[in-house]
Design a binder for this molecule. Sequence first.
Ligand SMILES: [Fe+2]
Length: 308
Amino acid sequence: MVDAQIAHATQQIRAAQGGTSPRPVIESFFDEPTYTASHVVYDPVSREAAVIDSVLNYDAASGRTSSDSAQAILDFIKNENLTIVWQLETHAHADHLSAAPWLQEQLGGKLAIGAEIVRVQEVFGKIFNAGTRFARDGSQFDHLFKDGDSFRIGEIEAIALHVPGHTPADMAFVIGDAAFIGDTLFMPDFGTARADFPGGDARQLHRSIKRLLSLPRETRLFLCHDYKAPGRDHYAWETTIGAQRDSNLHVHDGISEDDFVAMRTKRDATLSLPNLIMPSVQINMRGGRLPEPEENGTRYIKIPLDTL
Ligand SMILES: [Fe+2]
């Protein structure tokens, strides 16, 4: 079957690598408490840029938020004189709060996520009893991407790919010859993302991963997380399609879909939920905006008991 979106992305990657279109420059930032890699990707000529998967720090014990991690991104953008055109989220993260609204306030850029966020809003809107005032139509975001949508960062062409499985709404962003693949694949020595959150699906994740793995081998891949694999003493978040196909623990060439689903399902059953899933999902499904303050001026996070 011809996958027109992958064919289009392949063309774009080859043009960037062949020198007929510009390659993006990427600066990554790692938030160790949540093991999250955020990326600033920019066109070195026009200096237009996008921020991908920024982190707002949150201390669960005290309920205190801070912008320390995002400040480093802000400082970099100001030092480099970049103009932010997009604040991109690969998905509604369950392990950290998004700093996109905080960065957007100071730098602008359209806040965007995958169009299937409405399914996440439906499922978690019920879990958090969000009520009728919470619109489940994605209107908290400035833009919703569908599979195959094109966009630009300066002169650099980009394409959004829908890669569900970890959540129903996951997107990968192929920007020039670099792909930002969110929670699908991790480093080859660590494997793949879990698929057991509400709305997740291991078989769907496998199909999404296989689509990504059909991109050119030289495609630069940037991940959303790294946890250090056993035997590795440093964090890493950049690899290639070729390295994933040769040696990804869970999905290297030769592993069947049924074997992957069996492995993933068995492994997911042993994982505890992320520490910050409750605050993260209820805030990130609203575009990272904190809940409105109550009449005493304080914002509160809800915890549903005996639900997840
Ligand atoms: Fe995630």
